[in-house]
Every structure is written in structure tokens, then in C-alpha cells.
Ligand binder design. Structure first.
Ligand code: K7E
Ligand code: CUA
Length: 653
């Protein structure tokens, strides 16, 4: 049956695309005139001193971070450092957080992050954690929404690229992460043209009650390119649906060679069946090299652990764990509606959005309605599983979110618009142009069973002529669309940090109530912490010097240090002794070749400094902490290696 997918229609596809581009340019010109309603400003105005109704967690794409916005105001609240060093607060530079960026490839100070995913309980966002993928060096991070800090990063072995990740189940039992690039598993040195021997992996990451992640098992599947997923909920709980592309298994010029077949596949994965196979001993424990990094807040320090084995389960040993569902070619993700009855995918090149019925799929499996198989995976008969096709949706449909009121909203990349369509009748009921080239869109809770169907947050790739120009590089943008009425209404647009791919939104109160305002000093278990100024000291161990330093408005203790020698490595272990919300202190010393520290109340951070010449070296607080912040400073005397200057601090000198 493979042959039915081999009809080479890509030429027609390419011609259609060329025609599309022409149309889009005309559409763009017309849109310049589009106006927004006169009361739009009022709808996004959040009075000074008032909180926004929602948090939006937006991926930074090539920035590797998450940015947090208030909705509807569009105010940027924070950038959470995740996969990239952050000079703003020393993340990935200070000794405590450097281990977070350790991988089996060594220290990786940058990555590309695409898909935040909020933890859920009973199919609803619960505000505990936000997870996000590193695309390039395959990893998943967990950010604690009490502290807005990255507390865990798990590397995914046997993955050639972690794009379709992380997508969770309705009680955060698992996160699913698939490999975008098929690779030899285990990886080995073979000719690229032997691509038919490459495999795909679909990993199930267990999340325990405390949020700790581990690779439970990996399904080893045919080597096509797996992409975005959403997992079932309600009736479809126990399944995850991942789109895939390149059923041609092309290894060069995919833009042409991976578009030959008329259809690609959605991989419908029955993870409960896979769990059962693992329990029945069908999985193999194989060698793998990956890291598990955790930040422990009791000592504010991260550790990186090397792991050496992983459980793999070949789909051939557990055929009931996976089925392929035919989908219009080159899809880019599947989405599950709020009731859990339908899963939906858009075919980028086919201008088609297809909704599948979970119930029909289960029946088709029971009735063995298969149209063939692909490398041992059964292909379900399209007509037996399809629920409906959205008629004349748009050009380049990508991603769909749901409002919980019976409507889907799909982003259309090529025609730059959001289309609203009705579940069940599959008719388009409204369209809203975006500016331009919309990727993902997000409705707060729009991937859960309980959406807050009030806004669509659209994330666009191209902003030409929207903002003041900034040289060759223009920012990406987000647009806020009111969906509370019958017609969608554009309210606001604003530039983003990096390139937003996916985002997640949640009612603010679910997160506000979890906020950690300070770290309790008496609970600080950092090895080099001081609990009071009296405990501050310097300790020499050969040519290593440990400075146990305290900071409190508005001085350092100690603030004079002598007896440091050229050739010493100085560790400043700096504890912020404050116990008040929003009183960080900073630390930096002249000539340091790393970022400064920004230390939260009750926390200890370590800064390494190696002076190259003798002399007097000032240091100071980098955060404007009080009226006497400018006075918050100190001196270090550095002497020649052979000198016999007395070693000590203010107390001793
Ligand atoms: Cu569509 Cu990486 Cu989710 Cu970008 S991806 S848009
Ligand atoms: Cu402490 Cu400024």
C-alpha cells in the first residue's frame, strides 16, 4: 500500500505555492488599510498598579529563553533564563547554575526553545510548572512557577533534534518528546545514503509528584520526521497524536524530496499500551549517554548527573502502541479539542485542515480498517477515521487551539490569518488578518479541557512596516485578538523577545498564589552561605581563596580584603542577607570576565575571579537597592605572588 503515497504531485504543489505567494502580496497591501476598533485601547488598558488577568509564557525561539507577558496589556514582566546564559542575573555564568547547561556534548551555553507547556491536573492548567524544549541539543526544562526559575533540565538520548516536544498528558503523567531527524539508534558512523536504516524515537518522560523528570521509555519507530504532538484528554486520555513528515525518507533537499507523497502520517500512540509492553518485559535497557541537571533551592545549587542507560521499546515488539493515520502532506502538528473527541491537523501544502474522530479511530482499530502498513506500523483507513474537513480554510494552515465553546482557531502561515471554524459542521465562521506570517497561536488554556476562551495570542514571523525600523533585523511580534464576541477583533500588537513559537496562557491567580517572595535565610544550606555579617570571613586553601561574603542594605561584609596574590583563584560566595521581597543585591569586580551576580534575598551565589596583576581592585553592588546603593562598594588588595602581605578582612587588618 506504500505506493498510494508515492504519487509525485510535488510539481503541482510547488506551482500552487507560487500562486499563493502572489495572492499574499496583494492581501498584504490591502491590509495596510485595516483599522482597529475605537475601543480596542480600552480593552487592553490595565490601570497602573493593577494586575493583568493572564500570564502568557512565550518561547524565545533562538534566544533559548521564555518571556513572560501580562495579558491583555502586553507588558513584558520577565525573561526566564532556561537554555541560554543570561547576563542579567548570572544564570549559566555563576558556579551554582553552570551545571544546568551541562550536556553529553559538554557545556552548551545556547539553544533554541520552541514549545512551552504548562502542567495540568484533570485536564486543566494548574500553575505549578512550565516545561519547554531545547530544539538543537535535545533537552526538556522545567521552570518552577513559584520562583520563575529553571529548576531542572533533562537531556533526551537517541534523539536527533527535539522539536516535537514537550507535550504533556492531562495529569502531567508524561511529557512526549519525539525526534525530528531520524538517526541511527544507537548512533553510529554509517553513510548518509543509508537513511533507510535511520530510526525515529518517541520518548515518554515521566514527571513525578515533585516535578522530577526521567525518561520512562522510548518507542523506537520508523525513521520519519516526527513533529508536534498533543496528547488526548477525557475520552482520548492514554493516547498522544504526533504529526510526521518525510514519509519519503529523503535525506537531501527535503523541500522537494519530502513533498512527493500525497499524504504523510499522524502517529497515534497508545502510551498505556506501551506502558503495558514495558511492564511485560518487552523493552530493552540500552546504553545511552545523557545528563539530568537539577537546581535544588535548599542550597541554591545545581548538580549535573550523567546517565548511561535508557529503556527502549521497538514498535515491532508492541504493535498495539502505535498506528499511523493518513494526513494531508507536510503537516505541522496535531491538536486535540477541549472535549478530547477530535484531533486535528493542518496540511501546510494541501491547504486543508482535517479533524479526526477518536471514537472512530478506536472502532477502526477494532474492525481492522487498515489500508496497509509502513515499516511494520499499521496505517488506518482514512475514510474510517476522519470526522470532517474544514472547507476552504486558508493557505498554509499550521496550528489550532480551541475556545471550549465549540470553535477551533487555526493559524495560517501563508495567507497570514487566523481562521475560526466550528467543530461538527467544519465551516469557517470568521477570519482575522495578522501581520504577517503567523506561526503558532495561543488561547489561554486552549490546549486543555478548560480554556479561558477570551483571547487569541498570535505570534508572527514578519513585522515589516509594523514598527520603527531597527536595521536589517526586525523583531517578531505578538498580536492580541479578542474572541469573546461573534467576530474576532484585533486589540494590540507588540514586539517579542526572540522568535516566539508556541506560548501558553493561564489565569493569573493560579500563579500569583504560588509566589515565593524570599528564600528563608535560616533554611539556606549552601556550603559557603553566611547567616549574618558576623559569619563573614576569608579562607585560604593553597592558591584558592574563598570569600564568605554577606550583603545587606547598603554594604558588603567584608568590604576590605588584603593578602590576595596574583595566581590566586578567588571564589566570592555572596549571600544576600535581606529577608524582604524584591530586594536583590548585585556583585561585580573590575576585570571579571563573566556576568555579574544578581542575588535574591536569602540566596548565595558564587563568582570566580582570577586577578592578573597586583594593585587595588574595587567591587560594587550592581542593583540599585537603596538610597545608599552607590555607596555599596569595597576594595580588594592584590599583591605579587611572592609577597608576604597579611591575609584577612576588615576585622583582621
Ligand atoms: Cu510551528 Cu517550532 Cu511549533 Cu515554530 S514551530 S511556528
Ligand atoms: Cu545593594 Cu545596590
Amino acid at each position: 500500500m506504500k505506493s498510494s503515497f508515492r504519487s509525485a504531485k510535488w510539481v503541482a504543489g510547488a506551482l500552487a505555492l507560487a500562486a499563493i505567494v502572489g495572492t499574499v502580496n496583494t492581501v498584504r497591501a490591502e491590509r495596510k488599510k485595516a483599522a482597529i476598533a475605537s475601543d480596542a485601547a480600552q480593552k487592553v488598558y490595565v490601570e497602573p498598579g493593577k494586575y493583568d488577568e493572564f500570564y502568557a509564557f512565550v518561547s524565545g525561539g533562538f534566544s533559548g529563553q521564555i518571556s513572560v507577558y501580562g495579558m491583555p496589556s502586553g507588558r513584558l514582566l520577565k525573561i526566564i533564563p532556561v537554555f541560554t546564559q543570561n547576563p542579567e542575573n548570572g544564570y549559566g555564568y555563576n558556579e551554582e547554575t553552570k551545571p544546568m547547561l551541562e550536556t553529553s556534548h559538554g557545556f552548551v551555553p545556547w539553544d533554541d526553545s520552541h514549545h512551552p507547556w504548562l502542567s495540568q491536573t484533570d485536564g486543566a492548567d494548574d500553575g505549578r510548572w512550565v516545561f519547554i524544549n531545547a530544539n538543537n541539543t535535545p533537552r526538556i526544562a522545567r521552570v518552577d512557577l513559584g520562583t520563575f526559575r529553571t529548576v531542572e533540565i533533562l537531556e533526551i538520548p537517541n534523539s536527533g533534534g527535539n522539536h516535537g516536544s514537550p507535550f504533556g498528558t492531562m495529569n502531567t503523567e508524561y511529557l512526549v518528546a519525539s525526534t525530528r531527524f531520524s538517526v541511527p539508534i544507537p548512533n553510529k558512523d554509517i553513510p548518509i545514503k543509508n537513511v533507510k536504516d535511520f530510526k525515529g524515537s518517541i520518548s515518554f518522560i515521566k514527571v513525578d509528584k515533585e516535578g522530577h523528570m526521567s525518561v520512562a521509555f522510548q518507542l523506537i519507530a520508523p525513521g520519519i520526521s516526527y513533529d508536534l504532538a498533543h496528547c488526548g484528554k477525557g475520552p482520548s486520555h492514554g493516547w498522544c497524536f504526533l504529526t510526521s513528515y518525510n514519509s519519503e525518507k529523503a535525506h537531501t533537499l527535503l523541500e522537494v524530496n519530502a513533498s512527493k507523497n500525497d499524504k504523510d502520517f499522524i502517529a497515534a500512540v497508545n502510551w498505556k499500551a506501551a506502558e503495558q509492553c514495558v511492564a511485560n518485559g518487552k523493552a530493552k535497557e540500552v546504553k545511552a549517554s545523557y545528563t539530568s541537571n537539577t537546581l535544588t533551592e535548599s542550597n541554591h545549587s545545581a548538580t549535573s548527573k550523567k546517565l548511561s542507560t535508557v529503556k527502549t521499546l521497538s514498535v515491532l515488539d508492541c504493535p498495539e502502541s502505535i498506528y499511523y493515520v493518513p494526513v494531508a502532506k507536510s503537516p505541522h502538528g496535531s491538536d486535540v479539542d477541549s472535549t478530547g473527541q477530535y484531533f486535528v491537523a493542518g496540511g501546510k501544502l494541501a491547504a486543508q485542515i482535517t479533524a479526526y474522530s477518536f471514537e472512530k479511530m478506536i472502532k477502526a482499530i477494532a474492525d481492522k480498517k487498515f489500508s496497509g502498513d509502513f515499516e511494520g506500523v499499521k496505517i488506518l483507513d482514512y475514510a474510517s477515521v476522519v470526522a470532517g474537513e474544514v472547507k476552504k480554510p486558508c493557505l498554509g494552515p499550521l496550528h489550532t487551539e480551541f475556545d471550549g465553546q465549540g470553535f477551533g482557531y487555526t493559524s495560517c502561515f501563508v495567507s497570514s490569518e487566523v481562521v475560526k471554524w466550528k467543530l461538527g459542521t467544519w465551516e469557517v465562521v470568521d477570519r482575522m488578518p495578522t501581520y504577517y506570517s503567523l506561526g503558532h497561536l495561543m488561547i489561554p488554556g486552549g490546549n486543555t479541557m478548560k480554556p479561558w476562551g477570551k483571547y487569541v495570542f498570535a505570534m508572527n514571523k514578519i513585522t515589516k512596516d509594523r514598527y520603527l525600523p531597527t536595521g536589517p533585523e526586525l523583531n517578531q511580534s505578538a498580536q492580541l485578538i479578542d474572541i469573546s464576541g461573534k467576530k474576532m477583533e484585533l486589540l494590540l500588537d507588540f514586539p517579542t523577545v526572540g522568535e516566539p513559537h508556541y506560548a501558553q496562557g493561564i489565569a493569573a491567580d493560579l500563579v500569583v498564589k504560588r509566589q515565593v517572595k524570599i528564600f528563608k535565610l535560616e533554611e539556606n544550606k549552601h556550603k559557603y552561605a553566611v547567616k549574618s555579617e558576623a559569619e563573614s570571613k576569608v579562607v585560604r586553601e593553597g592558591n584558592k581563596v574563598h570569600v564568605y561574603m554577606g550583603m545587606i542594605r547598603s554594604h558588603f561584609s567584608p568590604d576590605n580584603i588584603e593578602g590576595i596574590k596574583v595566581g590566586d583563584t578567588v571564589f566570592f560566595h555572596v549571600t544576600n542577607l535581606e529577608q524582604d521581597w524584591d530586594i536583590p543585591h548585585g556583585f561585580s569586580v573590575i576585570g571579571a570576565n563573566t556576568a555579574e551576580l544578581l542575588v535574591m534575598p536569602g540566596e548565595t551565589n558564587t563568582y570566580v575571579w582570577t586577578p592578573k596583576a597586583d594593585g587595588i581592585y574595587p567591587f560594587y553592588c550592581t542593583d540599585f537597592c537603596s538610597a545608599l546603593h552607590q555607596e555599596m562598594q569595597g576594595y580588594i588588595r592584590v599583591s605579587k605572588t611572592a609577597s608576604a602581605i597579611k591575609f584577612g578582612t576588615n576585622k583582621d587588618l
